[in-house]
Design a protein around this ligand. Structure first.
Ligand code: ADP
Length: 268
């Protein structure tokens, strides 16, 4: 299955997501250079990001966190419950802004974009994969994959079918989620995350509901996605994920320890 993803009929010559190479109608196009085509520029980065929640008492969920993830890199984020992992994913996914610090997408500062602009940026540049798959139960696999494009012109069914074939689900195109195994559902979710050819895929406990063998298949698919130049960040408790990641970083009380290259090693 992973080979299928790697060998997909990509819409750009070098196999990279076309959103990175498009020169028109890009929400990032106002930059003077062409950061989307420069591979040395991280796909996504947060710099000195602090996130505070103000309630009865103030909680510092992220404390001066910096993380830079390059194109094609697979980073695992680990840490105990309450350490800030969800907050980190929300900030990286442009779902929530930092209290302080900077968020850059392909080198462009997007910290202070309007909610409408952030929605556009999310749709074009970020794909999400969740522990519980988040598939709509009444829709077929193809329909679920096309969902993020529902308000765009053109017929994207062919692309959805192609992506489903690439993740090994060519014989499950018209199945609804209740007719699919957990691993198959997660592969539909991965195809859905890729439908807009994102620069970044964010995964929240992607193997949390899967047995080890199925989890391995999903992680091999992730590796193949990274081989195409997509940056992948997975928040996880699963050691297996860290063995597939290029780098593992650890959050403790909102502070990030930088990780080492390869395997599950990380500085504490
Ligand atoms: P994790 O995903 O690692 O469990 P979270 O990012 O969910 O951690 O939470 C980090 C800290 O921020 C926790 O102390 C949590 O209680 C707090 N927190 C998270 N979201 C909110 C919120 N919306 N309002 C107030 N506190 C929050």
């Amino acid at each position: 299955m992973s080979q299928d993803v790697t060998n997909q009929e990509s819409s750009s010559e070098d196999g990279s997501p076309s959103a990175l190479g498009e020169e028109s109608t890009s929400p990032l196009e106002d930059e003077s250079t062409s950061p989307l085509e420069d591979e040395s520029i991280p796909a996504i980065e947060v710099e000195s990001v602090t996130k505070r929640y103000h309630g009865a008492e103030t909680v510092t969920a992220l404390d001066d966190v910096s993380l830079s993830v390059g194109r094609g890199e697979f980073v695992a984020v680990v840490g105990p419950s309450g350490s800030g992992k969800s907050t980190m994913l929300n900030v990286l996914g442009l779902l929530d802004g930092p209290t302080e610090g900077t968020v850059r997408l392909s080198g462009t500062d997007v910290t202070d974009r309007s909610p409408a602009e952030l929605t556009d940026l999310r749709r074009e540049y970020v794909g999400f994969v969740f522990q519980d798959f988040h598939l709509l139960p009444t829709l077929t696999a193809v329909e679920n994959v096309t969902l993020p494009t529902a308000f765009e012109p053109g017929n994207v069914s062919d692309r959805a079918v192609s992506l489903l074939r690439q993740v090994g689900l060519g014989d499950r195109l018209e199945h609804t989620p209740d007719e699919l195994s957990g691993g198959q559902k997660q592969r539909v979710a991965i195809a859905r995350a890729l439908i807009n050819e994102p620069a970044v895929v964010l995964a929240d406990e992607p193997t949390g509901n899967l047995d080890r063998d199925t989890g391995t298949t999903i992680l091999e698919t992730f590796s193949a996605i990274c081989d195409r130049g997509v940056a992948l960040i997975a928040v996880t408790h699963d050691e297996l994920v860290t063995t597939y990641a290029d780098r593992t970083v650890r959050l403790v009380d909102g502070e990030l320890s930088s990780g080492e290259r390869g395997g599950s090693g990380y500085a504490t």
